[in-house]
Design a protein around this ligand. Structure first.
Ligand SMILES: CC(C)(COP(=O)(O)OP(=O)(O)OC[C@H]1O[C@@H](n2cnc3c(N)ncnc32)[C@H](O)[C@@H]1OP(=O)(O)O)[C@@H](O)C(=O)NCCC(=O)NCCS
Length: 308
């Protein structure tokens, strides 16, 4: 862990405040690769239920992408997983991304037939306890702002609201910003990119960037011969950091698509939001960035990812 995040913050759970769903014989255990299909279907159904209920676009268009994501997560060594069962039947899961100094939660999903019975609370407590055992300085997540239950649950567990976000979607802009050239990121850019991230967030997110470079989705923006910002992707699962809004506009303008429901833009960055809207992009839904433990107020322009 880097020096700027050395302070350990205690964000433990008050055991006296634990709601027991014992009457339902809920058992928690580590996730396994063969949980992917069942957990993926629950993930699809759980998000579908809330988005349909509120008339917002679905996070996953069909079960398969959710199963694909969970297959990937259950195979990663740097992602901790927990599964909830009732009578040996899986009814929910949660994940903790352990890829940087600040851990990320999600996706957490509970079978709609047993929601609102304290199972989500237990799955959240489990990953928070794991984060504390592993010595993470803080934990973050992004929730759908229209979902009163998750907002209430996370707030009761100690999470603070840090940013109101707007998920943005639309056709690729195909725009260049003069003086801010964008190109695909290479392995050699890692050091320069990490420096930008450290300046803005106080820690680097190099591992996620390495993955994105390997997948060919990462881009960098240069100014006066140096890296002024980068994106792992301009999309739901990607994040971007940049020294200023012009750099970020260049990264957004160069994106070939915005994968997932949309990319997440801090709503109070009115100038950037206005620029996106003026260029024909649309607001899809409101979301909230929440965190517990150490949080460094970003010192630059940024787009968070939905998970980490
Ligand atoms: C979000 C989710 C994981 C929560 O799990 P759950 O088992 O339904 O929730 P729980 O019963 O454990 O906790 C809900 C808490 O919110 C409280 N709550 C619910 N609605 C509330 C409201 N409108 N105002 C205040 N409190 C509210 C409940 O009282 C409960 O608090 P308590 O634990 O102190 O009693 C689950 O609903 C789900 O899968 N939703 C769909 C997918 C999703 O949105 N995932 C989260 C992505 S960030």
């Amino acid at each position: 862990m880097v020096s700027s995040v050395t302070k350990q913050h205690q964000y433990g759970i008050d055991p006296l405040n634990c709601k027991e769903s014992d009457s339902m014989n809920v058992v928690l255990r580590d996730g396994r690769p063969d949980d992917a299909e069942r957990c993926g279907v629950i993930c699809f159904e759980a998000f579908k239920a809330i988005s349909d209920q509120h008339n917002f676009p679905r996070d996953f268009p069909a079960p398969e992408p959710a199963i694909g994501l969970l297959t990937h997560l259950l195979s990663r060594k740097d992602v901790y997983s927990v599964v909830a069962e009732i009578d040996d039947r899986v009814i929910g899961s949660n994940f903790l991304w352990e890829t940087a100094s600040i851990a990320g939660v999600g996706p957490i999903t509970v079978d709609p037939s047993v929601q609102n019975s304290a199972i989500g609370r237990r799955l959240m407590q489990d990953v928070l306890e794991r984060a504390q055992r592993q010595g993470f300085a803080g934990v973050r997540l992004v929730q759908a702002a229209y979902h009163n239950r998750s907002l209430s649950l996370y707030t009761k567990l100690g999470f603070d609201t840090r940013e109101i976000l707007s998920a943005i979607q639309g056709a690729a802009l195909g725009l260049e910003i003069v003086g801010h050239p964008v190109r695909p990121a290479k392995k050699e850019d890692l050091e320069g990119c990490n420096k930008v991230c450290e300046r803005i967030h106080g820690f680097d997110r190099g591992q996620e960037l390495v993955d994105a470079i390997e997948q060919g989705t990462a881009t960098v923006v240069e100014r006066e011969g140096r890296i002024a910002g980068y994106a792992t992707a301009i999309g739901f699962l990607g994040y971007a950091v940049a020294e200023n809004n012009e750099d970020l506009k260049a990264l957004i303008g160069a994106a070939k698509e915005f994968p997932g429901p949309g990319f997440l833009l801090p709503t109070r960055n009115s100038e950037l939001l206005r620029w996106c809207l003026q260029n024909g992009l649309r607001v899809v839904m409101p979301m909230t960035l929440m965190s517990i433990g150490l949080y460094n107020e970003p010192r630059g322009a940024f787009l968070p990812s939905v998970i980490y």
